[in-house]
Design a protein around this ligand. Structure first.
Ligand SMILES: [Zn+2]
Length: 407
């Protein structure tokens, strides 16, 4: 698919227009919650979750008789289905709903952004009117978007509304390809012309070692207080402090890097090529190694922010199989050997280069060979001059003198 879909939620407080609106909304949310609970109870005892068609037959007329609209019914059993699925996967204990929250799809509400008013169709063909408490500025962005669903909830007598907006983005024509390799220490990107010349190289450090340090602290504290840590307040707080710190570093980094990388891709009009992490998933899930799990999770987050920022700039993102991309010679396809530091060498054809850059080159080739424009199958052979890559790591990262593959 070219392009994709951007989805964003706009969350805000809302004020019911009159007390009647508030009471009616409250009653609707209670009925809704109870209906979802009934559906959960019934689905929980089944050995398998039925298809949507069967769910429809199970609940449609009953819920319609309770005064729900047709699309309410659909939302209710779909929601129940997700809750049951998650419950069986996690704890095995039947979920009991307490919160007053409902998802309503676009057939059952009318959103007037201009006047910041939401009219909600509830049970028994009644309507409630909510005033949305948010600034014009926040709404401005979404005037060109369409909205397809809202979530309403009441928490401690306050009403909150989330509106889900989406916008289809058609990707633009690109001129270059940016391959991105992520490993424990670095995120490395290389921008290629379609004929394989490197235009730009950049390396960012990851904060994974910093994150690990906090993790090690947490484990140390837990070990030292092996019995009491769950109960002692000071210990719990110390653990929480490290946990918060980890989360802040992750959040900060992933958002910044997504933006930076998409900006560079924007400058070069690049199609972005990322590793298809699903191909690595099975190896990692089987390993108990915390580092591996942490890094895979982290790569996913980075990829998500890169993809999202790229889509906002109308740039395509493609995934390719990353197997052995950092151990295969990009020139002759032999297995590379470690030449010290982060440098790898090929004993068959003499090629040497920086490990991360090699990974980027191989990602670029995989993309080019499976449907990307321009590069013929034999482009990696021939008169390419690998020597610029032979220098020290930092020098090898200078984009100006790298011209690996003549066009
Ligand atoms: Zn080789």
């Amino acid at each position: 698919m070219r392009g994709g879909e951007l989805v964003e939620a706009l969350k805000m407080r809302a004020l019911p227009e009159g007390s009647n609106d508030y009471l009616a909304l409250l009653e609707f949310l209670k009925l809704y919650r109870d209906a979802v609970q009934v559906a959960i109870d019934r689905l929980w005892s089944l050995s398998e979750i039925p298809s949507i068609k069967t769910l429809h037959m199970m609940f449609y007329s009953e819920l319609r008789n309770r005064g729900f609209r047709a699309h309410h019914v659909k939302q209710i059993y779909t929601y129940a289905k997700t809750v049951v699925k998650a419950g069986k996967r996690n704890s095995g204990k039947k979920p009991v709903l307490r919160k007053l929250t409902a998802r309503v799809d676009r057939y059952d509400y009318k959103l007037d952004l201009e006047n910041r008013t939401l009219t909600l169709k509830i049970h028994n063909n009644e309507e409630v009117i909510l005033k949305l408490l948010t600034s014009i500025d926040r709404i401005e962005k979404y005037k060109e978007w369409s909205n397809y669903e809202i979530a309403v909830k009441v928490v401690e007598d306050e009403v909150y509304v989330s509106v889900y907006f989406r916008r289809t983005v058609k990707s633009r024509k690109t001129r270059t390809v940016m391959a991105i390799d992520v490993n424990f220490d670095n995120v490395t990107l290389a921008v290629f012309t379609h004929s394989g010349r490197i235009l730009r190289l950049k390396r960012f450090e990851t904060p994974l070692r910093k994150i690990l340090t906090h993790r090690i602290w947490i484990e140390r504290i837990q070990r030292r207080h092996s019995r009491s840590w769950r109960f002692a307040r000071g210990v719990r707080e110390a653990i929480k402090k490290h946990g918060d710190r980890m989360r802040n570093i992750e959040w900060d980094y992933t958002h910044k890097i997504g933006d930076r990388i998409a900006e560079i891709a924007n400058e070069h009009h690049s199609t972005i090529v990322l590793e298809n992490l699903d191909k690595l998933k099975n190896n990692v899930n089987r390993s108990s190694n915390f580092n591996k799990k942490l890094s895979l999770w982290f790569y996913r987050k980075i990829q998500f922010t890169i993809s999202y920022e790229a889509l906002e700039r109308r740039l395509d993102v493609k995934l390719v199989n990353p197997m052995k991309t950092s151990s295969t010679c990009p020139r002759c396809g032999s297995r590379l050997e470690d030449s010290g530091g982060r440098v790898l060498g090929c004993s068959r054809c003499g090629f040497t280069g920086d490990r991360d850059v090699i990974a980027c080159i191989n990602l670029f080739y995989r993309y080019s060979r499976c449907g990307g424009p321009g590069v013929p199958l034999n482009a990696s052979k021939g008169d390419a001059d690998p020597r610029p890559m032979q220098r020290k790591r930092d020098e090898a990262m200078k984009p100006s003198d790298i011209n690996l593959y003549k066009s």
